[in-house]
Design a protein around this ligand. Structure first.
Ligand code: OGA
Ligand code: NI
Length: 348
C-alpha cells in the first residue's frame, strides 16, 4: 500500500460485489454506535410545490413554507420543479451504465486529489477513512458546463448528453430556489446574484451496490454538504436526515420529486439562522441504489461570510469568511469524522 492520502488504487464496491460474498469485508463494518438504527419512527417531512412560485397570490405562502422547512430542518422535497422525469431518469440510467463498466474504464478517472475537477473513487476519502463506506462515486464540475463537460466520461457514449441535460436543469433550478430561500431569510433577492449565477456546481454521482449486511455498514457517514444548496435525484429510498432532537429520519421516496438540502455556506450566509442538515446514506440487500447530488456553492475562491442584513445587535457576526477552495484544502487531509470545516469558521 502507498502512503496515506496518495493511494489511487482501490477496490470499488462494484468489484467487491461481483464476488458474491455473504459477509462484508471487515473494513466496512462500523462500530456498533455508528450503525444504522433499524427501528425508526415514521415522520412526515416537508414537500414544497414549486408551481406556487409563479402565482403571486401563492408565492407568499410558498415563502412561509420554505422558511419553516429551512428554519426547522434545512431540508425539503420539491415537486412541480420543472425538471422532466425523463431528464431525471436518463441521468440516473447513464450513471448506472457508467458504474457497470469494467474497472479499468473507470480507474482512469481515479484520484486521491480532492481538487481534481473529475474524480472517481470509493468510500468517502478512502486514503484517510478509518472505516470504508459502501459507495462508489464519480464527481465532476459542471458550471459553466462548456468549461468542464469535455473532461467527463465518454463512456457510456450518452453520458455527457444525459448527465449534461440534468446538470443544466439542476443549475437553473438552484438559481430559482436561491431567490426564494434568500427571500425567506428576509435578504434581498439580488444578494450575491452574480456569484450565485457563476457559482460552482459539483455533480456527485453515487452508486450504492446492494449490500449483504446492510445493518453493519453505511453508504455514507453522517455529514453536512459544504455548499449553499444540494439538489438530490435518486432512484430508490436510502437517505436519512437528522433533526434537532438528534434523531435519524428516513426520507421517503416520492416519484418525480427532488430532495433539497441546505449546506454549510448557507448557514454562514444566514449567520446561523438556517442550519445545514446532517445526513447519511443507508444501503440495502435488495438492490443497487443510485443518486446524483448537484452541490452548489459560490466560486472556488469566493470568500463568503454572513450577509450584512443577517447581522444586527441580537445576531452579531457568528462566522468568519470561508471559501469552497479552503474547504477542499481542509478535507484533503482529514476523514469526515475528524471534524467539520464550518466549525473552524465559528466565532466563539
Ligand atoms: C452526497 C450525499 C446522499 C445520497 O452526495 O453528499 O449526501 O443519498 N448523498 O446519496
Ligand atoms: Ni451529502
Amino acid at each position: 500500500m502507498e502512503a496515506k492520502g496518495s493511494d489511487t488504487s482501490f477496490t470499488s464496491v462494484m468489484t467487491l460485489t461481483e464476488k458474491c460474498q455473504q459477509n462484508i469485508p471487515e473494513q466496512y463494518v462500523l462500530p456498533p454506535s455508528q450503525r444504522p438504527n433499524p427501528t425508526l419512527v415514521p415522520t412526515s417531512l416537508p414537500v414544497i410545490d414549486l408551481s406556487m412560485m409563479d402565482h403571486p397570490p401563492h408565492r407568499s405562502q410558498l415563502i412561509l413554507q420554505l422558511h419553516a422547512a429551512c428554519n426547522q430542518l434545512g431540508f425539503f422535497q420539491v415537486i412541480n420543479h420543472g425538471i422532466s422525469s425523463s431528464v431525471m431518469k436518463d441521468a440516473l440510467d447513464s450513471a448506472e451504465q457508467f458504474f457497470d463498466l469494467p474497472s479499468d474504464d473507470k480507474m482512469c478517472f481515479a484520484s486521491a486529489d480532492v481538487h481534481k475537477p473529475v474524480r472517481y473513487g470509493t468510500s468517502m476519502n478512502h486514503g484517510v477513512d478509518q472505516v470504508f463506506y459502501w459507495r462508489d462515486f464519480i464527481k465532476h464540475y459542471a458550471n459553466p458546463i462548456s468549461e468542464w463537460i469535455h473532461l467527463w466520461p465518454s463512456d457510456p457514449p450518452t453520458y455527457k448528453e444525459k448527465m449534461g441535460s440534468y446538470a443544466k436543469a439542476a443549475n437553473a433550478l438552484q438559481k430559482r430556489l436561491m431567490e426564494v430561500v434568500l427571500e425567506s431569510l428576509g435578504l434581498n433577492v439580488d444578494y450575491l446574484h452574480d456569484d450565485i449565477k457563476e457559482g460552482s456546481q459539483v455533480i456527485a454521482v453515487n452508486c450504492y451496490p446492494s449490500c449483504p449486511e446492510p445493518d453493519l455498514a453505511l453508504g455514507m457517514p453522517p455529514h453536512t454538504d459544504y455548499g449553499t444548496l444540494t439538489i438530490l435525484n435518486q432512484n430508490h429510498q436510502g437517505l436519512e436526515i437528522m433533526d434537532h432532537d438528534k434523531t435519524w429520519h428516513h426520507v421517503p421516496f416520492i416519484e418525480g420529486a427532488l430532495i433539497v438540502q441546505l449546506g454549510d455556506q448557507l448557514q454562514v450566509m444566514s449567520n446561523g439562522r438556517y442550519k445545514s442538515i446532517p445526513h447519511r446514506a443507508l444501503v440495502n440487500v435488495q438492490r443497487k441504489r443510485l443518486s446524483i447530488a448537484s452541490i452548489h456553492s459560490m466560486q472556488l475562491d469566493k470568500k463568503v461570510g454572513p450577509a450584512p442584513d443577517a447581522v444586527d445587535e441580537q445576531h452579531p457576526v457568528a462566522y468568519k469568511e470561508g471559501s469552497f477552495g479552503e474547504f477542499l484544502d481542509y478535507i484533503s487531509a482529514k476523514s469526515l469524522t475528524e471534524g467539520n470545516y464550518i466549525d473552524t469558521l465559528k466565532i466563539p
